[in-house]
Write a protein that binds this ligand. Sequence first.
Ligand code: 4AD
Length: 433
Amino acid sequence: MPYIPIKQLTKKIGEEVNVRGWLHHVRRQGGLIFLVIRDPSGYIQAVIKPAIGKSVFSVAEKLTRETAVLTKGFIREDKRAPYNGIELQVTAIEPVIRNASPELELEIRPDSGTQVYLDKRHLVLRGENASDIIRFRDYVTRSFREFFYNRDFVEVTPSTIVQTQVEGGSTLFKFKYFDHEAFLTQSSQLYLETVLPSLGNVFCVLPSFRAEKSRTRRHLTEYTHIEAEMPWFGFEDLLDFMEDMIISVYSKAKESDILKRFNPSLEIPSKPFKRVTYEKAIGLLREYRIKGESGEYLEYRDEITEGPERALVDKIGCPTFLTHFPRGMKPFYMKINSENPEVMNAADLLIPNVGEIIGGSQREDELDILLQGMKDEGLDPKPYYWYIDQRKYGSVPHSGFGLGLERQIQGLLNLNHIREACLYPRLINRATP
Ligand code: 4AD
């Protein structure tokens, strides 16, 4: 008899079935043994009665949590059962391999601190919440890919070992690459731009790395970056595209049972999203009495850091584009606004509970202005020769963006900390497990 995935057992009421999985819970009560068996498709309560016979019962008595088991039994309807109103009445059970130690119970307890939870992440991932978040992350990643594929984008995979920076030197991870210096990439954007003339619209889903010294609830040192680049795209086209993408991903997410459990009140935003220029945002912060980290109100040209940024979007209460940052506040590759050369055609998308999840811009397409921007940032153009060639040969207006997948998951599920959205988070002082 084949093993039946737990998810399908609701259709097997009254039948004898084989089930295999891991013991999620083990409990003894009133002379009975209650187990919760988990497989990748779901959970079922199993009950073992003494009437089953001494030999089977005594095997069951020695089972501990997380043992992998092979079982046989009958599926009965029982409204009191915690999963789907059905129960497995066990007639045979055996461990695949007995647990080497009974100490799993002691590894993580509800009162274990954050560091223990992070050290034991490999075991925490067997829990319902942690595994549901990872499953949801997969679902959301697919919905991004689907959105791009529906628009004929090509997925590319540039190397993450690079010799150029994108987002400033202060967060670069440097290492020795044989006889040369290299970096872990901060963004694949510049590489995406190189294939616009041949592949057209492109995207990637790749790790980016930031040597972030800050300990916040939305910073990782390695994160999954969903980046896209589109030729013949002006700034308005870009905002419009990002709105469609977010609406599509939120609509899909809203169908997920996991989202319904974590964040039932999530609202799907509608077009057009609220837009606030950087200049206006500085005024709004004052109006809402939101101060910077130093305790002072922010002035024009101050960076809107995590705290005030989040407070601002929480106050606004819906996804909001923060646009038109002052020239020089953002990287060299962003396009200077043709009507107001003091600002750049850049837009960050902020969402409640997280703040910035997307950084996007129209790209500077003129060679001279690009080179000047690099000079202003103190960048040696030599290692960027391949990027600069894009402006020498067939440059066209184009735009693109990068979205932090973990921040998107954090926002959708209303998670307190970004580390919950990662399989194995990389944080300041943590690269284990
Ligand atoms: O705003 P950023 O730095 O933009 C870029 O890297 C562009 N080159 C992307 C592009 O246009 N292709 O980063 C983009 C997004 C942020 O909005 C944020 O969601 C995420 O990447 N991000 C981080 N996520 C987690 N931890 C960090 N340390 C992050 N730094 C950026």
